[in-house]
Structures are given as structure tokens and as C-alpha cells.
Design a binder for this molecule. Structure first.
Ligand SMILES: [Cu+2]
Length: 270
């Protein structure tokens, strides 16, 4: 309340801590975008979507490094701008037609969406606090500290990324160990594999009364939605399946309700 308190050295320390925590949060958001790009979104047909994820990762890294090394108002505002932009894209990708043909739902993909959401909100709040006069932006770290700190952050990021990768791959293909090394094993006529943001094969032919099974081998949730509305799955999480039995002959064009650019057909013969 009162502004008669003297600006204490603890205020400076708090400012430094806020700035560094914000840098970690911004960097975390960027890493999530890079991970999403490397493990799937680059496979989407719309290249602008992939580019926007890489751009986010690059901008986040640059801003994170600048936040640790500098106390400038411009750098802190840039950090807030990256967070606001990311949160805006997050919101836009969850309404209407989404962004660049990508329509996500709630906190999918999990856990990336939740991690990024928390990181961006945290960065925004932490940086906002540095604009309170009694807290301030803290001190610039000595040059001797910046390099070891940056190296430690990169090491932790790489280790976490490797572990995450390993875990996510295992989750996506629990029963797939026998076919993994041999490449694409020809599947039964009624089975479709969902992988790398595509349905494999894109065209299957079955008979009336046959059941088609979709298995999600991706690290992201997908769904199966008939264009004509005769069937519709819930989001199929990695490693899970959806089945539909076709009772009438015809050509069924379907798409992924989460990534509508993913389309394929089932031809049912009588
Ligand atoms: Cu999909």
C-alpha cells in the first residue's frame, strides 16, 4: 500500500528470480512446440502449421535467453508478447475451424497442451510482476554465470526430451513390438492404422457386415468421422482403437475430427 518502504536489495533479488523463472517458463513452452512439431505436426499437409510451431520454438528460445541476460523493458514486453501470442493461438485452435486446418479439443494433445498452457500463463504473470516498481526487473547476471546456466538448461531439456520420447513411443505402440522392425506389415482388410497424421491404407474395401478397426499408432489423439454422418468416434488416444461395422454398401469418405485435413475412404461392396 504505502510507497514509503525503501527499495530494498531483496526487491532486486526477487526481480532477478522472476525474470529467470519466466525465462524457464517461456523456454518450456517453446520446447513443447518443438516436440509437437518433431513428433507429428510436421506431417500435417499444411506446412504453415508446422512453420508456426518452429517459429514459436525459436522465438521462445531467443526471448528466454534474452530474459536471463538482460533487464530491458523491451525484452520483458517481448516475453509477454510471445506468451500472449501463444495463448491466443491456443484459444483459436480450439474454436470454429481452428488454425491452419488444425482443430484441437480442450487439453489435447496430452500432456503437451496442459504443460504449454501452464508455462505461458506463468511466464505472463511472472513478467507482469517485474513491472511493479517495488519489485522491478532485478539485476543482470554476471557473464560468468550465463553460459553455465544456459548449458545446464539445455542439458536438462535434452534429457527430459529423450525420456519423454521414449515414454511416448512406448505408449503409442504397446502391442506393436513384433511388427515394428519389419516396416509396414500388410494388414487385414478391415484394419486401418493411424500414423503420422494419416490413415494407412487410405482406401480399404470390405464387404457388407464387415467390421473395420482403426488403431492409433500416433503420439496424438485422432478421431474417425464419416462425412455423411453415419459413424463418428470419440477422440482415439494413442495405442487405442475404434471399430465400426458397415451394414450398407457404398463409399464412405471419412476424416479426422481433430485434424480435418486427414481424409480416407472405406468402400463397402455388397
Ligand atoms: Cu487427427
Amino acid at each position: 500500500m504505502s510507497r514509503t518502504h525503501s527499495p530494498t536489495p531483496t526487491g532486486t533479488t526477487a526481480g532477478t528470480a522472476l525474470r529467470c523463472l519466466a525465462a524457464v517458463a517461456v523456454f518450456t513452452g517453446g520446447l513443447v512446440h518443438l516436440q509437437l512439431y518433431l513428433h507429428g505436426y510436421r506431417s500435417l499437409p499444411d506446412a504453415d502449421l508446422g512453420r508456426s510451431f518452429v517459429l514459436n520454438a525459436v522465438a521462445s528460445t531467443v526471448v528466454a535467453v534474452a530474459l536471463i541476460a538482460r533487464t530491458d523493458t523491451a525484452v520483458r514486453l517481448a516475453g509477454m508478447a510471445v506468451s500472449v501470442g501463444t495463448l491466443g493461438a491456443f484459444a483459436m485452435s480450439r474454436v470454429g475451424d481452428g488454425v491452419f486446418g488444425l482443430r484441437e479439443h480442450g487439453l489435447q494433445p496430452s500432456p503437451q497442451a496442459a504443460i504449454a498452457l501452464v508455462a505461458e500463463v506463468a511466464a505472463l504473470l511472472l513478467l507482469a510482476l517485474t513491472f511493479i516498481p517495488t519489485i522491478g526487473a532485478g539485476e543482470r547476471p554476471s557473464a560468468r554465470l550465463v553460459l553455465p546456466a544456459a548449458a545446464a538448461v539445455v542439458l536438462v531439456a535434452v534429457a527430459a526430451g529423450t525420456w519423454w520420447d521414449h515414454t511416448a513411443s512406448a505408449a503409442a505402440s504397446p502391442a506393436d513390438a513384433s511388427t515394428g522392425a519389419g516396416g509396414d506389415t500388410p494388414s487385414a482388410p478391415g484394419s486401418v492404422e493411424v500414423k503420422d497424421f494419416a490413415f494407412h491404407p487410405a482406401h480399404v474395401t470390405v464387404h457388407v457386415g464387415d467390421t473395420v478397426t482403426w488403431t492409433n499408432h500416433d503420439q496424438f489423439s485422432h478421431s474417425v468421422v464419416d462425412k455423411a454422418g453415419t459413424f463418428r468416434s470419440d477422440p482415439i488416444t494413442p495405442g487405442h482403437t475404434f471399430q465400426h461395422t458397415f451394414d450398407a454398401a457404398g463409399t464412405y469418405t471419412y476424416f479426422c475430427g481433430i485434424h480435418p485435413s486427414m481424409t480416407a475412404t472405406v468402400v463397402v461392396t455388397g
